[in-house]
Ligand binder design. Structure first.
Ligand code: AR6
Length: 173
């Protein structure tokens, strides 16, 4: 079972499950959310609308996760999670940690063996790279990850890759 971090684009990462840094509406947005929807095609949004209407009429709460199919993405599932919006005053790290824990819970339930994450919360939602990385790495390493063979952080900038690599080194020291 491996946990690693690479520089890359989540939309082209082959994995059973790709985690989306979504918002509560589940109806798309910018950042990695917009990129995943653009690459997946309209079926992803259609499925998100169905999930929203049937399971989360008030929106997906912060820290929780839900799966859909993956459209044209190189994955079987997209697991949508909602990070706390630090810029809007949601500064509770435990909610950011819960994004990773709940996404892995969903992945295990699906039987996913490989899971790829972006740096949830580290874009529009305003978490600094060091904190985003530490919280992500600690949550993933603490999770039992039953049946999962690889968890990969796919980071969009060298600065984020460095932060995640440092957090992995620190957690394993
Ligand atoms: N692959 C990997 N990482 C990416 C990609 C990509 N293709 N594109 C962006 N990132 P963000 P958040 C990085 O803003 O902070 C959306 O509008 C990005 O550089 O996508 O959780 C949602 O709908 C950053 O490091 O997510 C919500 O409204 C990281 O992904 C809101 O943004 C996360 O940045 C969520 O904000």
């Amino acid at each position: 079972m491996t946990v690693d971090a690479i520089l890359g684009d989540l939309t082209v990462e082959p994995a059973d499950a790709l985690v989306n840094a979504a918002n509560s509406s589940l109806l798309g947005g910018g950042g990695v959310d917009g990129a995943l929807h653009a690459a997946a095609g309209p079926e992803l949004l259609a499925e998100c609308r169905r999930v929203r209407a049937s399971q989360y009429p008030e929106g997906l709460p912060v820290g929780q996760s839900v799966a859909t199919g993956a459209g044209r993405l190189p994955a079987r599932w997209v697991i949508h999670t909602v990070g706390p919006n630090r810029t809007a005053g949601q500064t509770d790290e435990s909610l950011l940690s819960a994004c990773y824990t709940s996404a892995l819970d969903v992945a295990c339930g699906l039987g996913a063996t490989t899971v790829a994450f972006p740096a949830v919360g580290a874009g529009v939602y305003g978490w600094d790279a060091t904190t985003a990385a530490r919280v992500a790495v600690d949550a993933v390493l603490a999770h039992p990850r039953t049946g999962i063979q690889r968890v990969r952080f796919v980071l969009f900038s060298p600065r984020l890759l460095q932060a995640f690599s440092d957090a992995l080194d620190a957690a394993r020291a």
